[in-house]
Design a protein around this ligand. Structure first.
Ligand code: DON
Length: 307
């Protein structure tokens, strides 16, 4: 498997030039766009072995991939029924930071939890009396999912997001105007920190492995996420995980996945494996351009398509 992953990373480096790092968050514009790495936590191996290649151990900002973690927490803190009274589960058909899903569809709530408007609502549903307390809970839960005590907020990214996050601010105030959230600044502060958590491809692969294993940690045997919540999250990853590229990704790759503008993709192959990819050069939709290609090749070579 190590040889296969090395080969796949090398063969897909050529796609890096087809994209660019995200620039709308200034601190992300400074990231080296030539990085590319992949990690797998294989459940089919009874020792649950980890395989990796390339820049698998480089830290980067989790960004929208954190929406998976936040959604799990909001559902565990409340219930899935409660959460989905405030957000939908349909693809939006618009960019991740667009307000149009609420305006054009004339729906009083965001289309799904993985666009920014939906993720801001999800963050507001996480228990905790303020941004500090909620951020600490998100960090603790992410450490548990990744088995990595070093999970922390990258201060530069957080400050950069907070300073330039006016589109998110406008989405949040719009939703406040419609009675969907209060405490806009506190919720946004926590949302910006949630997006600025530092992870590696291995961390993402470990989270993917727990989802693939129906919520049970393959390392400790502990049930970390209720099974029904895993099913909901994986379903929404299929329909909405790669924004406007979700349909294409389902057709050509066929694996539940969630991307982030930091260049990460968290993928989960039910009962088989968790996969983490890191490649900060993004396509026009905001997904890792070479990362998507790596997942396509892996899906073909290992026959991972769930359909
Ligand atoms: O709110 C934002 O715009 C970023 N913190 C996260 C966006 C993101 O990762 C969208 N992903 N592809």
């Amino acid at each position: 498997m190590f040889d296969l992953l090395n080969k796949i990373v090398n063969e897909n480096k050529k796609y890096i030039k087809n994209g660019h790092v995200a620039t709308y968050i200034p601190a992300l514009a400074e990231v080296d766009e030539n990085q590319l790495g992949v990690a797998i936590v294989d459940l089919r191996d009874c020792n649950c072995k980890e395989y990796f290649a390339g820049d698998y151990n480089k830290s980067f900002a989790i960004e929208s991939t954190s929406k998976v973690i936040a959604l799990i927490m909001a559902m565990m803190d409340n219930s899935p029924q409660y959460v989905f009274r405030k957000i939908g589960v349909e693809p939006s058909g618009f960019a991740f930071n667009s307000i149009l899903n609420m305006k054009i569809n004339n729906k009083p709530y965001p289309s799904n939890p993985f666009i920014n408007a939906g993720a801001i609502i999800v963050n507001s549903l996480i228990m905790g009396k303020n941004s500090n307390e909620k951020t600490n809970r998100i960090l603790e839960f992410t450490r548990k999912l990744t088995n990595n005590p070093n999970i922390h907020v990258i201060e530069d990214i957080y400050l950069s997001e907070k300073r330039t996050g006016d589109i998110n601010r406008s989405l949040a105030y719009y939703m406040k105007g419609h009675g969907l959230i209060d405490n806009v600044e506190d919720v946004l502060d926590c949302y910006f920190r949630q997006c600025s958590i530092s992870v590696t491809a291995i961390d993402l692969a470990r989270i993917g492995a727990i989802l693939a294993n129906k919520g049970v940690s393959p390392f400790t045997g502990e049930m970390i996420i209720p099974r029904d919540i895993c099913t909901i999250v994986k379903s929404i990853m299929v329909t909405c995980g790669l924004y406007d590229e979700s349909g294409d990704f389902a057709v050509h790759i066929g694996i539940p996945a969630k991307s982030g503008v930091g260049g990460g993709i968290l993928a989960t192959v039910p009962n088989k494996m968790g996969i983490g990819v890191f490649g900060p050069s993004l396509d026009a939709m905001g997904n890792s351009v070479a990362g998507v290609k790596i997942l396509q090749q892996l899906s073909n070579e290992l026959v991972l398509d769930i359909f």
